[in-house]
Design a protein around this ligand. Structure first.
Ligand code: NAP
Length: 239
């Protein structure tokens, strides 16, 4: 990991950064990297296994997490949660494998949960000054970029996430013109999520590198970029 400090000088000093999904590969690396940013007075990481457990499929647990931040100046919220496989489900290779329970689980974790995070976290943003909400999506959620098919549940749920974030960004702009709300693709990163699909020849990056890149992009995003879908280099991705 590049130990160089990431420039967050565009953020007002003294704010709080929040990472949901702090137990994940990318989420954990984001917490570690953010702890070195002097502009943030505190970095709060939430996860299902944390002291205050947050399961994004439970709105009550999100509301409890938000209550625990009462009175704090929230300037950055990163949703690093995501679900690709587990609970007996693996990404579909064919429409013959489509399963309602798998689709529902993917939408619950990848789209509905992040939507509820926006419902509860976006109102915490100060009306003045820079604030960013970034949800980790995936390039495979791009409909325009889909050349090879497969992975129905994950692709569709991430596409839904992209639409939800884009829609919230339009509303957020009305009373928080300096705020930014985006979806970001972290690249292919070593983690539990990607482990079954790691194959030779695929460029898989360590989480610390992905975290540094993502924070660099977040720092550079202008308010005019709000509502967008960007990769870890800051390039705009097709919907
Ligand atoms: N890794 C890649 O190559 C890659 C590529 C493209 C996009 N992404 C996206 O990047 C993000 C981070 O992925 P990652 O690679 O860091 O995967 P990861 O290591 O598997 O982390 C996923 C995180 O999501 C959390 N999570 C899942 N369901 C949750 C729920 N219902 N409530 C709360 N937390 C929940 C997990 O919590 P637990 O620890 O409790 O399970 C974990 O903290 C995801 O959105 C993923 O889709 C990753």
């Amino acid at each position: 990991m590049d130990e160089a400090q990431i420039d967050f000088s565009g953020f007002p000093a003294g704010g709080v950064a929040v990472v949901i999904g702090a137990s994940g590969g990318v989420g954990g690396a984001l917490v570690t990297a953010l702890q070195r940013v002097p502009e943030f007075s505190e970095v709060v990481g939430f996860s299902r296994s944390g002291a205050l457990p947050v399961d994004i499929t439970s709105e009550a647990s999100i509301a409890t997490a938000v209550q625990s931040l009462s009175g704090r100046e929230i300037r950055l919220v990163i949703d690093a949660t995501g679900f690709l496989h587990g609970d007996g489900f693996m990404p579909e290779k064919s429409f013959k494998e489509l399963n309602a329970a798998h689709l529902a689980a993917s939408f619950a974790a990848n789209a509905l949960g992040p939507a509820l995070l926006m419902k509860h976290f976006l109102p915490l943003f100060p009306r003045q000054g820079r604030a960013v909400f970034a949800s980790l999506s995936a390039k495979v959620g791009s409909i325009g970029d889909n050349q090879i098919g497969g992975w129905y549940s994950y692709r569709a749920a991430k596409a839904a996430l992209n639409q939800l974030v884009h829609t919230a960004a339009i509303e957020l702009k009305r009373n928080r013109p300096e705020a930014v709300c985006v979806v970001l693709h972290p690249g292919t990163v070593t983690s539990r999520l990607s482990a079954p699909f790691a194959k030779s020849g695929l460029h898989v990056r360590p989480p610390a590198e992905a975290a540094a890149d993502l924070l660099g992009v977040i720092n550079r995003l202008a308010p005019t970029a709000s509502g967008g879908f960007f990769d870890y280099k800051g390039a705009s991705l097709p919907w």
